[in-house]
Write a protein that binds this ligand. Structure first.
Ligand code: DHB
Ligand code: MG
Length: 214
């Protein structure tokens, strides 16, 4: 189990990529060639769409990787809006910085270097939109911090909630048992959180969208 939608359908939908520039394409190729998990194109399209609809002034991304989704968010932000993005891998940080420079969007992006579990409790000003895509072992704790940092009416967008389909499978390969169990626990919390209106969509690897209603 590895794809949530049929490859043929995904390929068809991906063929409408009218507005991706050469930087984004080269980042996709780099990710593919170096086994860096980046947001799927369809999940990134949905994310961009929510940014355009919600017009957040302050966005927080947890898990920058090489900055692919950071750039896709940043290019949809309003004139005064900004994105803060947290990354702990020094290799990723080096590459992400280069990509931000190339994107011409450096003035909208602030990279916070270090472990989100340490950085988030120190953040004081709240955010309108939070994108969680970090290490799956940390998801629950990072979600708790996110709920503190998210404004009422704000949106939280979470990647990998179908986890290659394993969360719904009876048989899970040993390598994925621990992470699958963590994501299953996470999904229960995410879907029953009283302060959130929440849904999980079968887009990409499974996308959670929560709106803070209380
Ligand atoms: C994997 C995929 C992701 O999108 C991610 O954020 C982390 C890991 C993976 O397939 O292992
Ligand atoms: Mg992911």
């Amino acid at each position: 189990m590895s794809r949530i939608i049929l490859p043929l359908q995904e390929k068809y939908l991906d063929s409408f990529d009218k507005n991706k520039d050469s930087l984004l394409r080269s980042m996709e190729e780099f990710a593919e060639g170096n086994n860096v998990p980046i947001l799927s194109n369809l999940s990134a399209n949905l994310l961009e769409q929510l940014i355009v609809m919600n017009k957040p002034q302050r966005v927080l991304e947890i898990g920058t990787a090489i900055g692919y989704s950071t750039i896709r968010i940043a290019r949809r932000l309003g004139r005064k809006a900004i994105i803060h993005t947290i990354e702990k891998s020094t290799d990723n940080i080096t590459i992400a910085k280069e990509n931000f420079k190339k994107s011409g969007l450096e003035n909208k992006i602030k990279l916070l270097e270090g472990d989100a579990l340490r950085i988030m409790p120190q953040l004081q000003k709240k955010y309108d939109f939070i994108f969680l895509d970090a290490d799956k072992e940390d998801y629950k704790r990072l979600f708790d911090y996110s709920m503190v940092l998210l404004k009422k009416g704000g949106v939280i967008y979470v990647d990998n909630l179908l986890w290659h389909g394993y969360v719904a499978a009876n048989k899970v390969p040993p390598k994925y048992k621990k992470s699958t169990s963590l994501i299953r626990d996470f999904n229960r919390i995410f879907m029953t959180q009283p302060s959130l209106s929440s849904t999980i969509l079968p887009v990409g690897d499974g996308i959670g969208i929560g709106v803070k209603v209380l």
